[in-house]
Write a protein that binds this ligand. Sequence first.
Ligand code: NAD
Length: 298
Amino acid sequence: MATIAWLGLGHMGGPMTANLVKAGHTVRGFDLVPAAVDAAAANGVTPAASAAEAVADADVVFTMLPKGEHALAAYTGSNGVFATARPDALLIDSSTIDIDSCRTLHDQAEAKGFRFVDAPVSGGISGAKAGTLTFMVGGAVGDVESAREFIEPMAGNVIPTGAATTGQAAKICNNLMLFINLASTCEGAVLADRLGLDPKVFWDIASVSSGDSWALRTWYPIPGIVETAASNNDFAPTFTTDLANKDIGLAIAAAKSTGTPLQIGEHVQKLLQQVADAGFGGKDCTMIVKLVDESLGD
Ligand code: NAD
């Protein structure tokens, strides 16, 4: 069993590390928020007082951080991963970040002789808890294969995507589709309600019909229908509006650099921005349903 350093013990990193501990690994965890470290420690993670303390002598380093800027800081800072990890440590970034930051991390890792893969995930907090996440892993073939055994306790699927940054490319395109699906689910759900359908009856139909999607089955925006949905819990975040806005922004940036028109994606980004501007960026992204039922701010 390996010693694994983990930086970023938030909504995803917390339950993901619990599954690595269950698999028998020693996991040393660090987060800038002490409460996140305490919560992970309750699941068997060894708390570290700094990133450098977590990373020193570890066989494997995982990062699960919000954005590219956080990942760049965590790897390239003077006490960052590149400065403190064992030269033969395997470095795995599971954050969802922009392609340019991901490319920088790959280039710097290579220049310093580290093995590095981009391995973002899909499946949400429920998938993180259940150990059923889909990992999309980009990098050198041998490094991707080496990462597999450490990823597997957290994964339902481990899918090699190809060369450096292709894991992020897959994740960015997947999430573009997710948030478009979410927006369409919000419109269908509210319209069904106004047409007099029982919400459960409509959900039962859509979930076995052509309106089905992961957003519908996991994040249904009408309360009382899907257990995992934030709509049951006053939109306490499972995936914040700010993170969703970030992710769709990554797709829009990637689309600009490739000359790809994303008319629907750009519209959904405006909806997420509207929710954030109303002061709900820290609430769950399924709050865009409030833009359909016209009660945002109530
Ligand atoms: P989060 O904000 O809950 O957790 C991120 C954690 O990183 C925070 O606790 C923060 O304090 C910590 N952090 C920031 N900089 C740090 C540093 N330098 N060192 C140590 N810790 C640091 O976010 P999350 O929901 O766990 O998401 C993490 C990543 O996974 C994001 O890129 C997100 O887009 C992606 N993701 C999230 C979900 C989801 O459903 N929440 C699903 C798939 C992917």
